[in-house]
Design a protein around this ligand. Structure first.
Ligand code: ATP
Ligand code: MG
Length: 281
């Protein structure tokens, strides 16, 4: 399958910043993948996302080299209006993306901006509401909704544009664990049903490793690890780069070290028996 996102040797420094926020970054994502981007605070995750949705270089000044291609077209060479139709972007706080009188007006906002004909707008809004399971909220005022519902409304607004690529910056940070889990399930469903590609910056790796195809770890503006989530988390560098290792992976590592499980976590009944024996001793 062809790559929906290709980042080639991207480096970027904010105006007057002492150092590069992103340095020599390469990444190629085939269409339909769910990719998680992790790494310590300040390592450049949000900056990288801005270079994908075009805020960098179109809205921020600064020093830019390398290239970012979305569906084969250079972000630098596309205008923001074109990009808005290809790349959906969800802010960390859905309040920033919700402003109007009713949920359906809100979801229609982006489509109105690009001058979508009324009938098509109606259809796309209804589809998005249905996909996210919030059809019954269509006439409600967004400010009356729970955080989880607001997050869905904001995501419906993004999906109504039918972007091939959606980027999410810490989408679960305001959600309780149950709602965060529902959001992750929803991402998996959207990928399955629409073939949408997702790039997600997230600290809650425990929720996302279940559905992600690829985990990319950044440190000081550079890509330092990349691979299947389990391989990356089990790899030696994951602790060094401060990727919060989910409890399950930590347990697996411990068991593997004690020879009680293989690195991919398979435990035989005999191993389990040995483990409980060891505990009892
Ligand atoms: N608007 C800005 N102007 C100047 N420097 C910035 C700006 N935004 C971010 N930076 C700097 O760029 C570097 C990367 O920041 P970025 O926000 O991309 O990191 P991050 O990985 O998203 O961090 P976090 O996990 O805290 O959200 C940091 O050194 C940060 O201080
Ligand atoms: Mg950030």
């Amino acid at each position: 399958m062809s790559d929906i996102l290709e980042i080639r040797g991207l480096s970027f420094r904010y105006p007057e910043a002492p150092r590069m926020a992103v340095s020599g970054f390469d990444l190629a994502i085939p269409e339909g993948e769910i990719v998680v981007l992790a790494g310590p605070s300040g390592c450049g995750k949000s900056t990288l996302l801005r270079a994908v949705n075009g805020l960098i270089p179109h809205m921020y000044g600064g020093e830019y080299s390398g290239d970012v291609l979305v569906a084969g077209a250079s972000v630098k060479g596309s205008d923001m209006r074109e990009l808005a139709q290809k790349v959906g972007f969800l802010f960390q706080n859905p309040e920033n993306q919700i402003f109007m009188f009713s949920v359906e007006r809100d979801v229609a906002f982006g489509l109105e901006n690009i001058g979508t004909p009324r009938e098509e707008m109606r259809e796309r809004v209804d589809d998005a509401l249905r996909l996210l399971g919030i059809g019954d909220l269509a006439l409600r005022a967004p400010h009356e909704l729970s955080d989880g519902q607001k997050q869905r409304v904001a995501l419906a607004g993004v999906l109504a544009m039918r972007p091939r690529l959606v980027i999410l910056d810490e989408p679960t940070s305001l959600l309780d664990p149950k709602t965060a889990g529902e959001l992750v399930d929803l991402v998996a469903k959207l990928r399955r049903e629409l073939g949408t590609t997702f790039v997600i910056v997230e600290h809650r790796l425990d929720l996302l490793v279940r559905v992600a195809d690829r985990l990319v770890v950044m440190s000081e503006g550079r890509k330092v690890m990349e691979g299947a989530p389990k391989d990356v988390l089990l790899g030696e560098g994951s602790e060094k780069y401060g990727v919060a290792t989910p409890a399950v992976t930590r347990l697996q590592k411990m068991l593997a070290r004690d020879g009680l499980a293989t690195a991919d976590g398979l435990m035989r009944p005999a191993d389990l028996a040995a483990l409980s024996e060891k505990r009892a001793r």
